[in-house]
Design a protein around this ligand. Structure first.
Ligand SMILES: Nc1ncnc2c1ncn2[C@@H]1O[C@H](COP(=O)(O)OP(=O)(O)OP(=O)(O)O)[C@@H](O)[C@H]1O
Ligand SMILES: [Mg+2]
Length: 113
């Protein structure tokens, strides 16, 4: 199943890890509208905020500001139970682990699906 994803003016700042540390602005004012069935690639340097953006879309991290609508539902304002429910419909392949060497990139993706 595919979905319409509408990201509006989303920002994410991680709070300082320890006292006296500094906050990290990982995502600043990102707006992107992904149509149902559209395939979008996000490209950027290491540390640009790509993984953070993905974690915001599946609500593994709360946004600092802005809104994310999936099929018209603002997921940033869902209760955690509803977020868990919603996450069941979203596939995510992690960057560093749980990949099968014996499969191609496409093979790893289709395995998760
Ligand atoms: N949990 C966290 N707490 C604090 N800072 C974080 C956290 N996760 C990521 N960051 C910081 O946020 C910024 C964006 O990181 P992110 O992992 O989203 O980048 P990325 O584009 O996925 O990089 P890569 O290409 O290396 O995977 C970086 O400065 C990173 O150090
Ligand atoms: Mg990443």
């Amino acid at each position: 199943m595919t979905a319409h994803i509408n990201i509006r003016e989303v920002s994410k700042t991680y709070p300082p890890a320890k006292r006296g540390g500094s906050a990290v602005e990982a995502v600043r004012s990102v707006s992107v509208d992904v149509a149902k069935g559209e395939i979008l690639g996000v490209v950027g340097y290491s540390g640009a905020g790509k993984s953070t953006l993905v974690r915001l879309i599946n609500a593994l991290e709360p946004v600092s500001s802005g809104s994310i609508e999936i099929d018209g539902v603002d997921i940033t304002s869902l209760k955690s139970r509803q977020q868990r429910e919603m996450r069941r419909g979203i596939g995510m392949i992690f960057q560093r682990f749980n990949l099968l060497r014996s499969r191609t990139v496409a093979g790893n993706v289709s395995y998760a699906l």
